[in-house]
Design a protein around this ligand. Sequence first.
Ligand SMILES: [Mg+2]
Length: 398
Amino acid sequence: MTAPTPATIAANPLMARLAPGEATTDRIAWVKLSLAVLPLKTPISDAKVLTGRQKPLTEVAILFCEIESANGAFGHGFSYSKRAGGPGMFAHAKEIANNLIGEDPNDIARLWEKLCWAGASVGRSGLAVQAIAAMDIALWDMKARRANLPLAKLLGAHRDSVRAYNTSGGFLSSPIEEVLESCARLKDKGIGGVKIKVGQPDPMVDLARVEAVRKLLGDAFPVAVDANQQWDRPTAARVGRALEPMNLFWIEEPLDAYDAEGHARLAAALDTPIATGEMLTSVAEHFELIRNDSVDFIQPDAGRVGGITQFLKIMALADFKGLKMAPHFAMEIHLHLCAAYPREPWVEHFDWLEPLFDETLEIRDGRMVVPNRPGLGFTISDQARAWTVATHEEGKRG
Ligand SMILES: [Mg+2]
């Protein structure tokens, strides 16, 4: 880098303090990790519970990361785990967090690599990268706050609101009367679409539930289903064909999450779009779906794939293949990423995480509105602090 000219320095006084070759002087001074346990109001079941693979979900473990620089810039991020894994993520993050101290917080991609290789012995996917996700998201939040921009604007937004659908009304643990009641309520409140769970031992029960929802909401209202990896290939093909007249906006996780070939065959056989990807925990795993034409909608989860830095790679690959996108869960992060995706996506409205933050997201005319606050646009609530069961700090607050 050549030394700045006097005219450049006059236009940007910050540059006067920089030595040639040094783009910034600020450094990460403090990192705080917190593990909080968020209780759910009612235990939740999907198809994985019906088959005995998993227990009903009663709580979500949240790994928060807060970062402050020597100059006082601040950012926070989070990742999460359902059922087991939260304490493991916290333990892994605790071991590697000191790698951030003294680093330039702007160099997020390089820091991701550094954190990843610090713990690469346990892999570059899964729990190891989910621990990094909280730190990576905190760095992106800091960068956007420093620029005084919502994260969507820092990334470069294609839209200032995103179509929003709701999942919370259609769990298999809810009787159909309750599902219908909540679908009607959601539509009245202005949601853009609803998704209900399927994957009952008897597919006829699923079909009856979907038909009832379709009848209630009308032919044009967006309705999707989610089988949570319950079906084998023949069942998915058979139920998928039976669902074609329902005009669903997608069938989600019809098959095992790693069956890229099975999803590709199903996507080719059905008119109804196929969606999957939420259970995958790396860019490499998503690349399998993308290159095999396995899906119409790719469903990455920034917390699961290692944060925003990795999510952006999936966005680029998916866009190149012409895929649509509907990220999984964590709307507080994904709203910004959806706003920056070139093809009109869907964001999943899940109110579970709302008690963790002081601010809430607004839904208007079926769309979730990008908040006009810097960064992700959230403050960690006192309630989240009260639910915190462990903390760990590196470095010193300025
Ligand atoms: Mg799902």
